[in-house]
Design a protein around this ligand. Sequence first.
Ligand SMILES: [Fe+2]
Length: 402
Amino acid sequence: MRNKVDNRLMVVTAATLLSLMGGQLQAQDEPYVVHEITPVIVEGPWLVAPTADGVSIVWVTDSECHSQVEFGTSADLGRVAENDRHGLLPIGTLHAVRLTGLTPGETCWYRVVSTMVVKMKAYWPEKGLSVESPVYQFTVPDPGQSEVSFSFLADTQHGDLPRIGANLDAVDWNGLDFFVHGGDAFGSLESEEQLLEKLIHPVLERLGHGIPLVFVRGNHEMRGSFARHLHDYVPAPEGEFYYAFDAGPAHFLVLDTGEDKDDDTNVYAGLNRTEPYREKEFAWFEEHARIDERFSEAPFRIILMHAPRWGWVDGDNDRWTGLANRTGIDLVLAGHNHRYSWSPPGSDGREYAVLVVGQDQVADVRVGVDEITMKVTDADGTDVAVHSISRSEVRAPSQGDT
Ligand SMILES: [Fe+2]
């Protein structure tokens, strides 16, 4: 519920109970102070981690606020989602609210609302006014849709603005269902400013507020003083960088291939724990393939990940390949190598294809019920390759064989 402004201060009545504070009995229906000061949305909102029933909406304000998203199936909105956690509304400048319970294929209208908290106190915190974004809309992914299209690029590396700008300008943004950044957007991640300026803002300039971003973490995003905050800006439903979603005829797995070096490598000074993390991810992948109906039933299964050979997994690369084989993965899209390559099924013990998109390249991917087509171009528009996978080539998963 938003407050109405009454000149300089506003009176808001709450409950009529009494409480003891500072040795004095005060009525809880006394007003809390609302200053006539309005926050500003300085970035976003952007959409991340779309699923067939939800999406996360993220934005940044210039001052400490609590937030909510108003949404609905028309511009009238009508529903409200908040991000309360442990019984409290978070207060901060970064805001992330996940919409859930959406209907596949429906158009969802939304606006974000942030209300300033001027002074946080145990009782009678002082508030400010609210800012609202315009009303935007997006389409909820629909597994029943006969085709889905997306673009994939990676290794815009080292936060090079001209490079990411040129790469993003090579994307055909018309008709995209979502956009995938395949990781290594930075050499290392050092600040919010860097993250916003060199990834979120340039992507958002092209995506707008109605096409979701799917972010795949690269090994370079594990490095730097701000690396531990990255997930807050691209939150996924599992709370990890790996998750699954359905869109059109494909079931997608977003995997996190972690680091490219051993946890014990001295450059990390004992601060990495990718070994147990990747083991947990492996177990999740295995269990997800076993229990998720859509994983089995979808015409195609596609992995989006950064390092095409699974990253550093302590020599267990073949175990991961075996899991992908027996769960019927059809295609892996990856980056990391900085050079284009196409590996059809049948090499390196793989029963699935691997497309590695080189640096300064973009893959436009369309998944139909019977065929996946991939067109790779250089950022300057030069054609690199076109590939396709037909459904007739696709094997059924053999999930019992684990
Ligand atoms: Fe990489």
